[in-house]
Design a binder for this molecule. Structure first.
Ligand code: GDP
Ligand code: MG
Length: 280
């Protein structure tokens, strides 16, 4: 149910009195907006002196930031895209979805499995590569992720593949060794290919609330990010968490994951998203 309909249980809209603002506040907190975005929204409604669906929607659109920009294209190929995130967030699935999107744009893709930590991680990505019919660079368990990323850039250059998607490891976002490992991946591809990485996307699971906010903060301080991919929006009524995420890190939302199939990826549209959140 949209926020506005839920709000309708408390009042019908109109002049913003203290009770109404309190109802809005409760509702936004319940919807995972987080304290900062909730307070800002309530303040703005209070200042406007009026609580209605259109105002709420407008405020949310602004909080969500710009529409998702399409994937970068390097002037000198290959374009290198690194995908970060904690295990289970939908990182590998998102890599496959992004590969599919690149193919739809007529671009050639190579997938690289730089998750050398998790058993079966490389095999899982290999299955996607076979399904999509794209070349694959795998990892050996316990191997060096930066070496895999380097090999992937080499392979793409030799084979004239335009874009490389690198699936990285994400066991624990608080793990200092992981931070160093990810920094090294960034450093190594940057040395091999000027301007790389051209994208560094962080995958976050919309269903885990404040946990995703902490992950976003931790990754954003470890590596420079170019965007967020927020997954599992099909499985949550708490779309407000997306507002909290965007607020936690100054990184634009680029794509939304809306299901388990390879087609279930949308370019982020803040107007559409806010409308759904508030009105549907
Ligand atoms: N419902 C839903 N499930 C998703 C989405 N993205 C990924 N998943 C599922 O989440 C689980 C973990 O995905 P995976 O890509 O292996 O995560 P990783 O460990 O981060 O690489 C799998 O069962 C996926 O099918 C999504 O947008 N919606
Ligand atoms: Mg994975």
């Amino acid at each position: 149910m949209g926020l506005w309909k839920k709000l309708g249980r408390f009042f019908a809209g109109g002049a913003a009195d203290a009770a109404q603002l309190e109802a809005v506040q409760r509702l936004l907190l319940e919807a995972d907006f987080g304290v900062a975005a909730t307070n800002e929204t309530v303040e703005r409604l209070s200042r406007a002196g009026h609580v209605d669906a259109a105002s709420l929607e407008r405020i949310v659109v602004e909080q969500l930031g710009p529409p998702g920009a399409p994937l970068a294209r390097a002037s000198a190929p290959p374009t290198i895209m690194l995908i970060f995130g904690v295990n289970g967030t939908g990182k590998t699935t998102s890599v496959a979805k992004l590969a599919k999107r690149l193919q739809t744009e007529g671009r050639t893709v190579l997938l690289a499995a730089a998750d050398t930590f998790r058993a079966g991680a490389s095999e899982q990505l290999k299955i996607w590569a076979d399904r999509l019919g794209v070349p694959f660079v795998g990892a050996t368990r316990g191997g060096d992720p930066a070496a895999v990323a380097f090999d992937a850039v080499e392979a793409a250059t030799t084979r004239r593949v335009e874009s490389v998607l690198v699936d990285t490891a994400g066991r624990l976002h608080t793990d200092e060794r992981l931070r160093e490992e990810l920094k090294k991946v960034v450093r190594v591809v940057g040395k091999r290919q000027p301007g790389a990485p051209h994208e560094s996307l962080l995958v976050l699971d919309a269903t885990v609330g404040q946990n995703a906010v902490r992950q976003a903060e931790a990754f954003a301080t470890a590596v420079p990010l170019t965007g967020l991919v927020i997954t599992k929006l099909d499985g949550t009524a708490k779309g407000g968490g997306v507002v909290a995420l965007r607020r936690a890190v100054p990184v634009p939302i680029r794509f939304l994951g809306t299901g388990e199939s390879v087609e279930d990826l949308e370019l982020f549209d803040p107007v559409k998203f806010a409308h759904r959140l508030v009105n549907e």
